[in-house]
Ligand binder design. Structure first.
Ligand code: BEZ
Length: 210
């Protein structure tokens, strides 16, 4: 069953490179990025895991915990981590789930049989502090993901959760934002006293709130 935006992220207990964990207990009231890897000892995954480890400070600033999954066992992951440390110049500082029976991969619909019967696709789930799924991404095995984009989406989600705005095409933190179309001009005037550029009644651009 596909997981959709707004669904509660399914809970599970699984072995990981940091010991056994129960997903909801582990993430508590943080955000989480749960991302799958087709298989251990694969080149693209090696680069993705190294880059994600280097984002630790960026994740910490945003109250985000990373957790990876690959359908091999934890002993295999531990051998692979040594290679990641050596080639990517960083220790892996988040858990990698061991999932040889594909319990978690199936729970999150990470195996797409018409792509591969045995390997997961590259899935990403961004899950909020209330355990709601806020972003899903599915990439093919041969294409590494852009983790800067995942951070950008988290920035947008955290901004738009706190303010009645949406972020336009190619938005980056600090760029102008769009006032929620659900607000009347009178309501917008109270929330955005600095005003806005009304390009159309439904397209009101304002400075990013702080
Ligand atoms: C990789 O991570 O490099 C990879 C995995 C599966 C298929 C192709 C590439």
């Amino acid at each position: 069953m596909a997981i959709r935006l707004g669904d509660t992220a399914p809970d599970f207990t699984a072995p990981t490179t940091d010991g056994e964990l129960s997903f909801h207990d582990w993430k508590k009231d943080s955000w989480a990025v749960l991302f799958s890897h087709p298989k251990d000892y694969t080149p693209v995954c090696t680069t993705e895991l190294g880059f994600t480890a280097k984002l630790k400070d960026d994740f910490d600033k945003r109250n985000v915990k990373a957790i990876a999954i690959s359908v091999d066992d934890v002993a295999s992951h531990n051998g692979w981590i040594a290679d990641i440390t050596e080639t990517q110049g960083t220790a892996v500082n988040f858990p990698i789930i061991g999932d040889p029976d594909r319990k978690v991969a199936d729970l999150y619909d990470m195996i797409h049989p018409n792509a591969s019967d045995t390997l997961t696709v590259r899935s990403v789930f961004v899950i909020d502090p209330d355990n709601k799924v806020r972003l899903t991404l599915t990439y093919p095995a041969s294409t590494g993901r852009n983790f800067n984009e995942i951070l950008r989406v988290i920035d947008s989600l955290q901004l738009t959760d706190g303010h009645k705005v949406a972020t336009p095409v190619n938005w980056s933190p600090g760029d102008d934002v769009i006032i929620s179309p659900a607000l009347s001009n009178e309501q917008a005037g109270e929330l955005f006293p600095g005003g806005w550029d009304e390009q159309k009644p439904y397209l009101r651009v304002t400075k990013q709130p702080v």
